[in-house]
Ligand binder design. Structure first.
Ligand SMILES: *Cc1c(COP(=O)(O)O)cnc(C)c1O
Length: 409
């Protein structure tokens, strides 16, 4: 997708990008300082409406909070979604501060600290166990607290999903319990001191291919259907993962959500109806697809300089706030994230420039040879697709600049 297509998703007003009905410069004045992240409620709501109208009603939507743990965003989503997935004790507290019931919060991730496990068990959160050590710790926490822990087994599937930006299942993994060992694990641990609700399979992330997602979902339902025969109780929780991607670079095409929806309708009407009890929750867990496109990172031009024929725009932000846009968040090949001059959103792009952050490293590159309208000092550079894995996935302490503000508008 091209930058102007991202601009169109927000719209313009008075020649500027529109965020939360305001022209960008008015929002910047309100925030009071740059850089800042802004997340747009209307955009978030439109995304949720689109998911709800496209996916079968049987599907529950969970928010994987690590994508954007800003409390205001989590509060907003908690009122609109069915579940929240957390990955740390702090995220757990943020989730418990919302209206979401604890029984609808799940806790996944390798290396849960014993204290975090105790906190989750005490709160009545579903612990998605990733190893037998974690199972033992959960049982111990339940004994100590006099409660029956609610557990789901995170399964490392016996298949891999190709085409994911990040593969988190298949082959050896730090995530989940290997599928072929789950029957033995259930025999050993499933009987007492635990309530095993079901299973969670998360095969990969940032997938833009609807067919591959559909195939992973089919195989996940098959696998969970097989594993459920080894459960001591009825299957009640089926988390089939997510991995829906968003387009970050000009080469990326948006995910065909209608195709994902169509195949899920078939899955719900066929294999899920046949193999999964009708009372069981069937959950899809999304992070970036829910929030990623709703957020922008806004940074101001501090300097404009020419070096041997290349024009540089030096901005007051950089990779310390929005690491992914610099290409250093696990990307194999660096490609520009979509960016515009937000206060000149309707102007023609007629200048080739390189946009760099304010850190003393050549890694702090935000726009490599991009076409923009001629930008001046104090203009506002907007980087799109900043709503997920932005601020909290960035090395904010590097060079000691102040933290940016975050606003939900
Ligand atoms: C990170 C994570 C997600 C969210 O991934 P996105 O790519 O942001 O959708 C979902 N489930 C689990 C288990 C995760 O670790």
């Amino acid at each position: 997708m091209k930058p102007h297509e991202h601009t169109a998703q927000f719209g313009t007003v008075d020649g500027e990008l529109r965020i939360g009905e305001m022209p960008l410069s008015r929002l910047a004045a309100r925030v009071g300082s740059t850089p800042f992240f802004a997340y747009d409620r209307a955009h978030l709501d439109a995304r949720i409406d689109r998911l709800r109208s496209t996916l079968p009603s049987r599907i529950e939507l969970s928010y994987a909070m690590k994508a954007n743990p800003m409390p205001a965003v989590v509060q907003h989503l908690a009122r609109r979604l069915d579940r929240i997935d957390v990955a740390s004790g702090l995220e757990m507290l943020t989730a418990l501060d919302t209206t979401m019931p604890a029984a609808r919060v799940s806790f996944a991730g390798p290396g849960k600290a014993p204290a975090e496990i105790r906190q989750a068990v005490a709160a009545g959160i579903i612990v998605e166990v990733e190893s037998t050590t974690e199972l033992r710790r959960v049982i111990a926490a339940g004994d100590e607290l006099g409660v029956t822990p609610q557990v789901a087994i995170r399964v490392n599937p016996d298949f891999a999903v190709k085409g994911s930006g990040m593969r988190m299942g298949g082959g050896p993994q730090q995530f989940g319990i290997d599928a072929e060992t789950v029957p033995d694990v259930l025999r050993e641990f499933g009987g007492s001191g635990l309530d095993v609700l079901g299973f969670h399979v998360f095969a990969g992330s940032q997938n833009l291919n609807a067919e591959i997602i559909a195939e992973a979902q089919r195989r996940t339902v098959e696998l969970i259907g097989d594993l459920a025969e080894h459960l001591p109780t009825e299957l009640r929780y089926v988390n089939i993962g997510g991995g829906f991607g968003i387009p970050y670079t000009e080469r990326d095409r948006p995910l065909d959500l209608d195709a994902v929806g169509a195949s899920l309708h078939e899955l719900v009407g066929g294999p899920i109806a046949e193999r999964i009890p009708s009372e069981a929750s069937v959950v899809i867990e999304l992070g970036r697809y829910l929030v990623g496109e709703s957020g922008v990172y806004v940074t101001k031009v501090l300097d404009r300089k020419v070096s041997r024929g290349t024009t540089y725009l030096v901005v007051d932000g950089g990779m310390h706030h929005q690491l992914a846009a610099s290409g250093n968040f696990g990307q194999a090949i660096r490609r520009n994230y979509p960016l515009i001059v937000g206060n000149r959103a309707d102007a023609a792009s007629d200048e080739g420039v390189t946009v760099v952050g304010c850190l003393c490293t050549p890694l702090d590159l935000l726009g490599d040879a991009v076409e923009l309208p001629a930008a001046e000092i104090d203009d506002l550079i907007v980087i799109f697709q900043a709503g997920a894995y932005g601020l909290t996935a960035s090395p904010t302490a590097f060079l000691g600049h102040p933290a940016p503000t975050e606003v939900l508008v």
